[in-house]
Design a protein around this ligand. Sequence first.
Ligand code: C2E
Ligand code: CA
Ligand code: CA
Length: 761
Amino acid sequence: MRDVYTTLLLIFAVAIFICSCVVGRRDKRPLTKAIRYIMIAAPCTMAAYAAALISPSQFTAELMYAIYYTVSDVLLICMLFYALKYTNVYEIRTVQKVILYLVVAVDGLLMLMNVFSEKIFIFRCGLMEDAGTFFYGIAERGGLYNFHRLIIYGMVVLIVLPLVVKIVKSPVMYRKKFWLTLISLMIIIAANVLYLMMSMEIDFSVLTYGIMALAIYYFNVIYVPQGLVEGLLSSSIKNMDDSVVCFDIEGNCIYANSVAYGFFKAEGTGPFEDYYREWMNGRQLSEAEDAEWKETREVNSAKRYYDVSFKRLCDSNDNCVGCFFKMHDETVEVEKLAAERFRATHDRLTGIYNKEHFYDVVTDTVREAEPGSYCMVCSDIKNFKLVNDIFGINVGDEVLINIANTLKQLAGPGSVYGRLSGDRFAICMPRARFKPEVFANEIRRIGEKSGTSTYRICMHVGVYDIVDSNIAVSVMCDRAYMAIKTIKASLTDVIAHYDDGLRENSVSEQKMTGEFGDALDGGQFCFYIQPQVSVRGKILGGEALVRWIHPERGMVPPGEFIGILEKTGLICRLDMNTWELACRKLREWKDRGLTDYHISVNISPKDFYFADIYKVFTGLVEKYEISPRNLRLEITESAIMSDFEKQLVLIQRLQEYGFLVEMDDFGSGYSSLNMLKDMPVNTLKVDMGFLRQTDHQERSRTILKMIISLSKQLGMEVITEGVETKEQVDFLTDIGCDVFQGYYFARPMPVSEFEKKYFER
Ligand code: C2E
Ligand code: CA
Ligand code: CA
């Protein structure tokens, strides 16, 4: 019996030891570590006891028993640490740990001393017999043995306590794993009690240490309680936010979570099974395939969006054993996405399409429609910046919202509208539905509604008939805006149509401004001169009129480019060039002794923005050392009127320097006779409009008479432009005009021709 038992103990010990070395080495969790310590301490205990049983002498037997008792203390410490880690009920502090170690150390020391002292203060070994075999067993136990016992029982209590607490406090599902550990511990205790009570010679309970070590290892590392898994899985499905409905192979609903009951508004399993049958549509489960789709449902009168998936469940042999549906409520995501999409495609302020989205939708709409059936209507507010500046951003915003709302009303089926930028809106609509009167009315209404008594908002609309649906929407809008440009200055015209002439104009404008720089540097600009003649027929000089000698187009008259250059501000460079050419010519004449002749040069209203007129002209006469009297300056009436006070000062300074200033085109603008008295100019150039044949010729002549007599009285010289007939000359001479300029005398001519004609006689 003894031999069988010791062999069993040793085999068991070796097996457990090997297990402890192999398993869980890489697992560094504290619990696994505690289990490994148990798996090392348990075989040591068993080996020590086996060694004691087979000891040949009393001394070695006592030594082995002492080691056995000490190691079993250590094993209990390991178990205690394991139990604490496993249950997390309480922790022991370092001080308590030290006390534990000390107690065990004292116990171990006493055991060893017991061997050498030969006093039986703990235990004494004696020879025993077991079925004819003799071995040393514990023959007597001394009083101090109780100390060892106390340690053992104390530690058992400490181990059992947290397990019991856990069993009482944990959810039912978890109790099992604590039960199993507690039961294995109980087995050891029971076996031990049995050994002591029955005064057995061999302690069979030692084997239970090994069993317990293996059990702990098995329950913690290898065995995952099936019930726990199932419990966790079913509770996670139960608590899911998604609906889950499971079916067996026959199509019977075997489970549905509470969310699913809400989704199907079901009380029993009937609705689930109906849904299943509808989806299967007569197929067998084995014929169906996993699938995903979207569904919308009305829940509490609100639309909700679901992502539904169907999955088959198969066993390990790939046989279909059931299936389930899962409905994920993605309403929040869908609504968030919709809100984001709205933000990306709509204008924040007005809530209508933004430019990019408007372009996209128009592109599709126009492409799908019959060619030529749509038109693009774009709007622009005159001086919108002023509205913001004067009335504030809030009023400005209100105006814009107002316009957006009007667009909404005007847009019927098939129309697309949006806000292109700041104060620019566009609507793309079927041509047949565009009614200019309706738009004009709406524009007027917006003006009345948005303005104040002092400021009325003025809006213009440009229309482009979309003939070619393949051009970019931005180009369609550009064309509509090109049309607006033609009426921008008007207060009465509010709608303009685009035609191809406009585009050609704009293209040729662009071409011209592109060519300008090189043309100027290349000397393509020169001036012609038109003689100015006194009443007595004497040549006094002439007006410098610029000409572009274009390498391809020949001579281009100023009417074709002055306006464009004024728009872009390039006019200033051109004028400075002409002024310089005129001064150079005057210097040449001076050198030839021809100092009685003047040249009048034109100053564009735009030149005043871009150049310091005083500095430029004084600089020029000083550079060419000519008399300022010979360079006459023509300033248009409109330039003077645009900033009367400032121009007055400038004109006076120029006159003080010695220049003669002429007011060009007098009578073409808003001139008033009353204004003449404040005007410090030397000469009045009366606009040729007064000489044109009109129904009111008599009245024109009367006015002309008045102007001339008034300027005479104010000491101003009068030049009349555009004189074409002898009759005009006679009339003008009669009413007191001093100087004439016109085709009757001569057309503008190249300077060389002028010189030849008048100087070489
Ligand atoms: P403007 O200053 O009023 O110049 C007079 C224009 O009337 C000239 O046209 C001239 O050719 C034209 N003219 C002269 N006599 C008669 C006539 O008897 N009958 C008719 N029907 N027309 C006559 P042009 O040279 O084509 O110049 C047109 C306008 O271009 C000028 O009007 C002036 O405003 C502008 N311009 C010409 N040269 C320059 C320049 O160097 N700088 C600037 N800024 N503007 C210039
Ligand atoms: Ca002129
Ligand atoms: Ca003129």
